[in-house]
Write a protein that binds this ligand. Structure first.
Ligand code: NI
Length: 189
């Protein structure tokens, strides 16, 4: 889909120079996770879920000072996406944020899948890499980054909405547990 390539290009330009894990690679991994989870749900609207995945961080309040999904809306408008679909996409995007949506489950299948896809990218080997990359950027000691696994990352497997994501999360969760075990063994703790 041409629009998918355009969205990747748009995110690439918007995030150029950002290295805290919210970059174009994260976006592409979330998009790929959406495709992977969606294989188990043929009824999903892939147009909505794919564009939501690609645009889910373009109005992130940590990175941009936009209101009301302004960046996402501008991109979608420019590319001729209907008002109805723009609203659907913005609703999915607004359901993704972990901090804003603790305990809330998105109302649509597309919303559930994109939220799962984003959370999957926070765990496993990629999750470990992102945690320490972010810690390095903000000058956080290793132990504080390790604490982040207990505060957030090890809980994510129980917060998946879809069975397909739960299955992927289990494997990634075990990998993180193995990492932590080895880490503390090396520290002699
Ligand atoms: Ni994200």
């Amino acid at each position: 889909m041409e629009l998918i390539d355009k969205a990747i290009e748009y995110v690439n330009e918007l995030f150029s120079g950002n290295s805290d894990g919210h970059d174009v690679q994260h976006t592409i991994r979330v998009y790929k996770n959406v495709q992977l989870i969606s294989e188990s749900y043929p009824e999903v609207d892939l147009f909505i879920s794919s564009l939501s995945a690609l645009l889910h961080d373009v109005d992130d309040h940590k990175l941009f000072k936009t209101e009301n999904n302004a960046n996402a809306r501008a991109f979608l408008n420019e590319n001729g996406v209907s008002e109805e679909n723009i609203e659907k996409i913005c609703e999915v995007i607004n359901g993704v944020s972990f901090s804003k949506n603790r305990g809330k489950t998105p109302g649509t299948l597309e919303g559930k899948i994109v939220q799962d896809a984003d959370r999957l990218d926070a765990i496993g080997a990629v999750g470990i890499a992102r945690t320490f990359a972010y810690g390095g950027k903000v000058g956080r000691p290793l132990d504080d980054s390790v604490q982040h696994f207990y505060d957030k990352l090890l809980r994510l497997k129980d917060e998946m909405n879809t069975e397909a994501a739960k299955e992927i999360a289990m494997k990634r969760h075990e990998y993180m547990e193995g990492f932590l075990k080895e880490y503390f063994e090396e520290l002699g703790e």
